[in-house]
Design a protein around this ligand. Structure first.
Ligand SMILES: Cc1ncc(COP(=O)(O)O)c(C=O)c1O
Length: 349
């Protein structure tokens, strides 16, 4: 790829044993930054990681014009680096930005920023089988103005941080019927900061009750399952893989899309349709085997151990032959280059 962005390198790397680092706590040596002003992107560059100087009047601090993405780079079996589904993340980033009245990032800028940042910090991409480099593109409104308005100035940045298993155990989740994450017509399908800030209070309450995560339900009836934390929800019951449809209130997960594509190719029956917690409860009470899992970039596939429905805890299937583990392995093998990449999901350099 032709390089149009400048790179100034850190004198001395801070790289340590990446396995000892907690998720998302330690950035790599460099970061990408570009400024938007007067209707255009200016001065894109890779620089040593440093603190930002921001006026307390910056609009992002007041009215929440912030959008982010999360994707990963992996070391392949042959030692090359693979950024998984960069196109799909770029498209979603721009959809989120449009919803928040923020300027689009051209595809070449997004791809170049990530390509050269990961290349610059390539020593930080974990070589272990269960490791990856988490990549965090984000944009914030930086115009200095206290009045409520759409910002005319922005920063687009990319950070990276090495990561390993996101959860070290299968999850205990609770069907949430008091609070909602998103509503139709709201910002649920945008990856904007406010969605996450608003989810902390119910999630914290669930943690205090002994759960790892919430399974959100729809805002009208508190009945149909939406998604969970930073993951889309999937269920395997009666030999069908069922997941809630993309109706505007849930995030259009890239992992969700990859899993559904592979499941269909494997000949599995897949349904993207509304699924109520009552339907799940019936399946449990009829003694059916229910697999449940979260699908997302950070955890990839997060097995769910139990689901609490109106105070009753139902156990899910976690056997080694579970469908979720087969698909997870298939996804892993595609990313590693051990299986053919039929859909051009890998961006390799
Ligand atoms: C709310 C929410 N749902 C689902 C997902 C899963 O999306 P993806 O698979 O693209 O990471 C995420 C993570 O980005 C998320 O934040």
């Amino acid at each position: 790829m032709e390089q149009t962005i400048s790179i100034s390198r850190q004198n001395e790397s801070k790289l340590t044993d990446t396995r000892t680092l907690p998720f998302g706590k330690i950035p790599t040596d460099h970061m990408f930054i570009a400024r938007y002003a007067d209707g255009q992107w200016n001065d894109p560059k890779i620089v040593p990681f440093h603190e930002l100087t921001l006026s307390p009047m910056a609009l992002c601090l007041h009215y929440g014009q912030t959008v982010f993405e999360g994707l990963k780079a992996y070391v392949m079996a042959d030692g090359k680096i693979n950024i998984f589904r960069i196109d799909k993340h770029q498209e979603r980033f721009n959809r989120s930005l449009a919803r928040m009245c923020m300027p689009a990032v051209p595809k070449n800028l997004f791809v170049e920023a990530i390509h050269f940042l990961v290349q610059t910090d390539s020593d930080w991409v974990p070589r272990d089988d269960d490791g990856s480099l988490y990549i965090r593109p984000f944009m914030i409104a930086t115009e200095n103005r206290i009045g409520v308005k759409i910002s005319d100035e922005y920063l687009f940045m990319v950070l990276c941080s090495p990561t390993y298993a996101y959860y070290d155990h299968p999850l205990k989740v609770k069907i949430e019927t008091d609070f909602v994450r998103a509503s139709e017509g709201g910002t649920g399908e945008a990856k904007c900061g406010g969605n996450y800030g608003a989810s902390f209070f119910p999630a914290q309450k669930a943690k205090e009750e002994g759960f790892d995560q919430i399974l959100w339900t729809d805002c009208k009836n508190h009945e149909f399952i939406e998604e969970s934390g930073t993951m889309n929800a999937m269920f395997f019951v009666d030999n069908v893989l069922v997941t809630p449809p993309l109706g505007g209130s849930i995030l259009s997960g890239v992992t969700r899309d990859s899993i559904l594509t592979l499941a269909r190719e494997n000949g599995m029956k897949v349904e993207e349709r509304a699924i109520s917690y009552k339907e799940l409860q019936r399946a449990f009470e009829e003694g059916k085997t229910v697999e449940a899992f979260g699908a997302g970039t950070a955890a990839v596939v997060a097995p769910i151990e139990s689901i609490s429905i109106a105070g009753t805890v139902y156990n899910c299937y976690l056997g080694e032959d579970a469908v979720m583990f087969k698909i997870k392995k298939q996804l892993y093998d595609i990313r590693k280059g051990l299986l053919p990449d039929n859909h051009k999901w890998n961006y390799i350099f």
